[in-house]
Each structure stands twice: as structure tokens, then as C-alpha cells.
Design a protein around this ligand. Structure first.
Ligand code: SF4
Length: 68
């Protein structure tokens, strides 16, 4: 499975935990931005680290939302 990452900008509270977890994937502006990609395990770890559940993981093949 390959995840596509999206940020729910209304939910993001700019904690920066996602940047700490995956600095090649996220950067922090007024909200988090997706700047790259990485292995699914890393993306899931970053999503799980987000206190606001603002990181959405989508199965690239089926389009199904896998997280949260
Ligand atoms: S951890 Fe979640 S709330 Fe914090 S900056 Fe990243 S996406 Fe936004």
C-alpha cells in the first residue's frame, strides 16, 4: 500500500509534532504543509503523533481514507 498524505488545515493546530516525526515530509508554516513523501510506516507514525488528528492518509490505489 502507498499512502497519499493530506493535511486537514482546519484541524491543524501547528504543534509541529509531524515535522519532528518526519522532517522530509512535513514543514510548518501557519499550518503544516506536505513537502515530500516517505515510507508508509513513517507516514503512519507521523499521523499518529499528531495531537489533532489532522494528518489524513489515503490509500493511493483505492482512494480509501486509511487514517484517522
Ligand atoms: S502535528 Fe498535526 S496539528 Fe501539529 S502541525 Fe502537524 S498536522 Fe498540524
Amino acid at each position: 500500500m502507498t499512502f497519499t498524505v493530506q493535511i486537514d488545515e482546519r484541524a491543524c493546530a501547528a504543534h509541529g509534532d509531524c515535522v519532528d516525526a518526519a522532517p522530509d515530509v512535513f514543514e510548518l508554516d501557519d499550518v503544516a504543509r506536505v513537502i515530500g513523501t516517505g515510507p508508509d510506516e513513517l507516514l503512519l507514525a507521523a499521523a499518529e503523533a499528531c495531537p489533532s488528528a489532522a494528518i489524513i492518509l489515503i490509500d493511493s490505489t483505492s482512494g480509501t481514507q486509511m487514517y484517522p
